[in-house]
Design a protein. Structure first.
Length: 465
């Protein structure tokens, strides 16, 4: 079993402790008994949850927030070099540890599953965490989103399994040495860090090459990038490859996905036998994620029929087609989708779940670099909606790129036949939607930025009209 706390992380200080990945590691360390501290830009429910675990959380960034006895400073790739706490760490000669190295140290000594892919990581990791917990295996897990059930993104469990979301965006997933690696898909994204698909493939090959000898790669048999990656790693003699998907050549074959409202019934052919189970989120995209989770659990030796039943207990992750509420006969749903493939998958899922309803989308592009490279495809995806509102680009960690605005997406959407309205003031969106929505409609807030905050405000505006 893993030690309670790695010695270098007994008194860690997290810069940006409220972030999805950072907060998960901080929670696990606090649960293991470390003296956790950190800072974040703003107050949040995550900050409160960390304080409830005994962590010290400062709001804002200042050099004095870094305690002189800190054993290390944990950072993500989003932390800028001029952060005052980072500068103070250099002055005090406090070791600086990347988030991925911190997570890797927590996985040491445990049977780990690392879930990678351009999209679908959070959902698949969550399905495994829920299923393994339901089976009484008490796993540890670190996820990039909050589970609907336990309501948290991370937990230190007493069992010997650790399930982790493995982030390819900055190549940090190359730090992990899992027993089972899942690769859901391989596509070009994170354009600030990858210049070409060849660089993406090289990065994923390195990740797969870190699977322990005798370990397993679970990978899609359908997605073209995953198929190419499989061909590149087939000759690794220490690696067992298990493919899943609708392809007749898949080791775990998806035989049928049957929509059942906001759920799906999935039938797979595994080991020569058919197995049917329920996935409590709509759409083929999420059904395939569930099958990947099933294949990974089986690779650890867990009986397939037990896993399938337990996966049915998964009720979703916040921001992954999360129902925010209903007002005036209009349902408001939130989606984290920000890559064209994710957008298309979620829009198609909502279409399948409510064929008679109009689908209205509030989309907020995420990152200037992503919009520059994929804005046309984003606009084409929006053509699946009956009408869309497109906000300005959410910059996150990036500075603006001259000439790159939401207009790129809007023009592409209109060319594809979409009904699109540009809205530059986010505060006016509830009024715009109230003027568009009719009883029976679905409103989908979509994007990786703060568009998620609009759901409750839209509901209040609809209720008061």
């Amino acid at each position: 079993m893993a030690p309670a706390v790695p010695s270098a992380m007994e008194r860690p200080h997290f810069i940006g402790i409220g972030g999805a990945g950072m907060s998960g590691i901080a929670k696990i360390l606090a649960q293991r008994g470390a003296k956790v501290a950190g800072s974040d830009a703003k107050e949040s429910a995550t900050a409160e949850a960390l304080r409830a675990l005994g962590a010290t959380v400062h709001i804002g960034h200042a050099a004095e927030y870094l305690a002189t006895d800190a054993s290390c400073v944990v950072v993500s790739s989003a932390i800028r070099a001029d952060n005052p706490e980072l500068a103070r760490a250099t002055e005090l000669s406090v070791p600086v540890v990347h988030r991925s190295d911190a997570l890797a140290s927590l996985m040491t000594g445990l049977r780990s599953i690392a879930v990678a892919g351009t999209h679908g990581k959070t959902t698949t990791t969550s399905m495994l965490a829920v299923a393994l917990t339901e089976l009484g295996l008490d796993p540890s897990y670190a996820i990039g989103g909050d589970l609907e059930g336990p309501g948290t993104n991370a937990r230190h469990g007493a069992g010997d399994i650790f399930v982790a979301e493995a982030d390819e965006s900055d190549r940090s997933f190359q730090k992990y040495t899992p027993e089972v690696a899942i690769v859901l898909n391989v596509e070009l994204d994170h354009h600030a860090n990858y210049a070409s698909m060849d660089e993406i493939y090289d990065s994923f090959e390195t990740f797969v090459g870190k699977v322990i000898p005798g370990g397993t790669l679970v990978i899609s048999a359908d997605q073209p990038g995953a198929v190419e990656l499989t061909a590149r790693v087939r000759d690794l003699s220490t690696l067992k490859v298990v493919t899943y998907g609708e392809s007749e050549s898949a080791d775990v074959r998806v035989h049928k996905v049957t929509p059942r409202g906001l759920t799906s019934e999935v039938t797979v052919l595994l080991g020569g036998r058919f197995l049917t189970f329920t996935v409590s989120v709509p759409g083929s995209h999420y059904a395939h994620n569930a099958v990947a989770a099933l294949a990974a659990g089986v690779a650890l030796g867990i009986p397939a029929h037990n896993l399938a039943s337990a996966i049915g207990k998964y009720t979703g992750v916040k921001r992954r087609l999360q129902l925010k509420g209903e007002a005036a006969g209009v349902q408001v749903i939130d989606s984290y989708a920000h890559h064209p493939t994710e957008m298309t998958a979620d829009l198609e899922a909502m279409r399948g779940a409510a064929t008679d309803a109009r689908l209205l989308v509030v989309f907020q592009p995420h990152l200037f670099s992503r919009t520059q490279e994929l804005g046309t495809e984003m606009g084409q995806a929006l053509a699946l909606a009956d009408a869309s509102v497109v906000l300005d680009i959410y910059p996150a960690r990036e500075d603006p790129i001259p000439g790159i605005t939401s207009a790129l997406i809007i023009d592409a959407a209109r060319t594809a036949g979409a009904d699109v309205t540009a809205v530059h003031d986010k505060a006016t969106v509830p009024d715009v939607i109230a003027g568009m929505a009719k009883p029976g409609d679905l409103v989908l807030t979509m994007g990786a930025g703060d568009v998620t905050d609009l759901g409750p405000v839209i509901l209040a505006r609809l209720a008061g009209r």
